[in-house]
Design a protein around this ligand. Structure first.
Ligand SMILES: [Zn+2]
Ligand SMILES: [Zn+2]
Length: 273
C-alpha cells in the first residue's frame, strides 16, 4: 500500500480522465493521495473531490508561482483548514526560478501560510526552487517547526536536507529520482532517514522513467518507491510501509479504512546519516 503525498488531481490534465486516474491508482495499490491546492479559486474543487472520495485528501494554499489568485490572509486559510479532510497548508514557499525580483509579495505570502499553519496546528507543504537560503531563513523566522511539514519534490542539496530535518521537516521525493541526470539527488535520497521519507508524483508533472513526457498520475508513485528501495537497499514493502506511516504521522488524516494500520512514533533526535 502506497501513498502519493503530493499530486494535483484538479489540474485539467487529470480532470479529463478522473475516473480512469482513480481506478489505476487503486489498482496499483495506492491507498491514498493528497490533492494539493495552488489557487484559492481552485479550493472548492479540491475539497469537493476529497469529500466525495474516501482515499483523497486536500490542502489549502496558493503556490509561489501563482500570480492570478485571490491573495489569502491567515484568516482565509484558517477558515478553510478547519475541514477534517484538509490535512495541510500549501503548497507554499519560494520560487526564484520562474519569477524574478522584486518578490517581496512571494515572501509575504509564504509568511502568511506559515502563520496559518501554526495557528491551525496543521503541517506545511513547502515548495522551494532556487531560493534555498531565503526558504530556510523564513521558516526559522516564522517558527515553522511548530507546525512541521514537508519539503516536497525535493531537488536541493544534502546540506539543505540536513537543515530541513533539523527543523523537523520530512523530505519527499518525486519521479525526478529516476531521471538520468539526477545522481546528486539520488545521493541525498540514500541519506534521508526512513522515518522522514515521503514519496509523491507531483502529477500531472514529472512522470518517472520510463514514462517521461507522459501525463503523470498517482499510480506512478509506485515507480518512485521502487527507485528508493533500490537506492537504499531496502525491500519495496519496507519503503511502502515507512512512507505510508510517515504520511499518517505527519498529516494525521481522519480515521479511514484505506489508511488504518500501526504507526510507529518518530525516533527521538533522528538525524541525517
Ligand atoms: Zn511544487
Ligand atoms: Zn505541486
Amino acid at each position: 500500500m502506497y501513498v502519493d503525498s503530493h499530486c494535483h488531481l484538479s489540474f485539467p490534465e487529470l480532470v479529463a480522465d478522473r475516473q480512469g486516474v482513480l481506478d489505476r491508482m487503486r489498482r496499483a495499490g495506492v491507498s491514498a493521495a493528497l490533492n494539493v491546492c495552488v489557487r484559492m479559486e481552485e479550493f472548492p474543487g479540491v475539497l469537493g473531490l476529497a469529500e466525495s472520495q474516501p482515499d483523497i485528501y486536500a490542502t489549502v494554499g496558493v503556490h509561489p508561482d501563482t500570480t492570478e489568485s485571490e491573495e489569502p490572509t491567515v484568516a482565509d486559510l484558517l477558515a478553510r483548514a478547519g475541514h477534517p479532510k484538509v490535512l495541510a497548508i500549501g503548497e507554499t514557499g519560494l520560487d526564484y526560478y520562474r519569477l524574478k525580483e522584486p518578490l517581496d509579495w512571494q515572501r509575504d505570502r509564504f509568511r502568511v501560510h506559515i502563520r496559518a499553519a501554526r495557528e491551525a496546528g496543521k503541517p506545511l507543504v513547502v515548495h522551494t526552487r532556487c531560493a534555498a537560503a531565503d526558504t530556510l531563513r523564513i521558516l526559522k523566522e516564522e517558527r515553522a517547526s511548530e507546525a512541521g511539514g514537508v519539503m516536497h519534490c525535493f531537488t536541493e542539496s544534502l546540506d539543505f536536507a540536513r537543515a530541513a530535518l533539523e527543523l523537523g521537516f520530512y523530505i519527499s521525493f518525486s519521479g525526478i529520482v529516476t531521471f538520468r541526470n539526477a545522481e546528486e539527488l539520488r545521493e541525498v535520497a540514500r541519506h534521508v532517514p526512513a522515518e522522514r521519507l515521503l514519496i509523491e508524483t507531483d502529477a500531472p508533472y514529472l512522470s518517472p522513467v520510463p514514462y517521461r513526457g507522459k501525463v503523470n498520475e498517482p499510480a506512478r508513485v509506485v515507480t518512485v518507491a521502487e527507485k528508493l528501495a533500490e537506492l537504499t537497499s531496502r525491500p519495496l514493502s519496507a519503503v511502502a510501509a515507512c512512507t505510508r506511516e510517515n504520511f499518517i504521522r505527519l498529516f494525521r488524516p481522519p480515521a479511514s479504512e484505506s489508511l488504518t494500520g500501526p504507526v510507529f512514533p518518530a525516533a527521538e533526535g533522528s538525524r541525517i546519516m
